[in-house]
Design a protein around this ligand. Sequence first.
Ligand code: ZN
Length: 160
Amino acid sequence: MRNEAVPSKVNVGGARNIARKLLKDANAAEIPIYLPKILSYLKTQHDLEVLRFPLGAVDGLLVMIDGYPTIGFNPDVSWVRRRFTIAHEIGHLLLGHVCKGPAFEDNPEAEANQFAAELLMPLSFLKADFKKECDLEKLSEKYIVSKDALCLHLMECRIL
Ligand SMILES: [Zn+2]
């Protein structure tokens, strides 16, 4: 049975694989995932800029400014939410969701969420950690993610 949280056209495996490759390339596969290390790697590879934007109701966005990809994030939300938002926007960048024109073929939001979940909670680490510690509160603190994001990823990966 298909998990209801993931629409059918989403390339879940592809998004997760790109997240895993980024962790490897940026030499950042350590828990908790340290986003500044990944962002400075992406700065060298993609000239990515990251800025605090007063975005109001929006948590984050990815735009091109003078031809350079720029992630704007809302600084007024919690740390775990900011981390997930930035990881999500990195997903849009690496999954090619920018500069493709107005029509997305698949579901870019769900793909970016799969990417972000795998980037912050790599399955290989999570599986091992969940065997040792099944207190979701403690696990979410360890990964610096929300309990909701943790639960969803555990369910989508059929661990929970
Ligand atoms: Zn998005």
